[in-house]
Design a binder for this molecule. Structure first.
Ligand SMILES: [Zn+2]
Ligand SMILES: [Zn+2]
Length: 177
């Protein structure tokens, strides 16, 4: 069983390659980058100029195979769910699919100079956060924990890319017989 990273639409080279080893480390599971990308065109809504993340998750479910431990989609597209202006990502609670967006993690989105290292850190934190939800984790009170809620990029910067000991205990206890 592998954690599978699925490119959704066009992504800058190397983004997923850098993410994979860090996620493998965090979740103690092999991580592979899938070679064929999913075109998110079906989830585009012209009136909002955004992509509906729940529709992407539904489509991703059809791509889950016997070897998928979890399937994480990564996209540059701006994601939303109808009740919110935007989402950084969305997950199926209890699994198997989650999706995250780079769009609002980029400094350029806020009119600031690009920062590749910061972008990669934010992406990792959001990936750990949404994958945590697929493992039934809820939001964490420890502001440093990746499961702390964040509704703005500055909040993401406050937290770490790891799970606190309480959240880790919940995730890894599930492995025990
Ligand atoms: Zn969350
Ligand atoms: Zn936690």
């Amino acid at each position: 069983m592998n954690l599978q990273l699925l490119p959704i639409g066009k992504l800058d080279g190397g983004v997923l390659g850098d993410l994979a080893p860090a996620l493998a480390d965090t979740f103690r599971v092999p991580c592979e980058v899938l070679s064929s990308a999913l075109d998110p065109g079906f989830a585009f809504h012209g009136e909002r100029q955004q992509y509906h993340s729940s529709e992407i998750l539904l489509r991703m479910q059809g791509l889950v195979t016997a070897t998928s431990w979890r399937l994480l989609g990564v996209t540059s597209a701006d994601l939303y769910i109808p009740i919110l202006t935007f989402v950084f990502g969305e997950a199926q609670i209890g699994g198997p699919c989650a999706v995250i967006s780079l769009h609002r993690l980029r400094q350029e989105f806020y009119g600031l100079p690009p920062d590749g290292r910061l972008l990669q850190q934010r992406l990792l934190k959001e990936a750990v956060h949404e994958l945590g939800h697929t493992l039934n984790l809820t939001h964490c009170d420890d502001y440093r924990c990746a499961m702390a809620p964040s509704h703005a990029a500055e909040w993401i910067d406050l937290k770490e890319s790891w799970l606190c000991s309480t959240c880790q205990g919940r995730v890894f206890a599930q492995d025990d017989p």
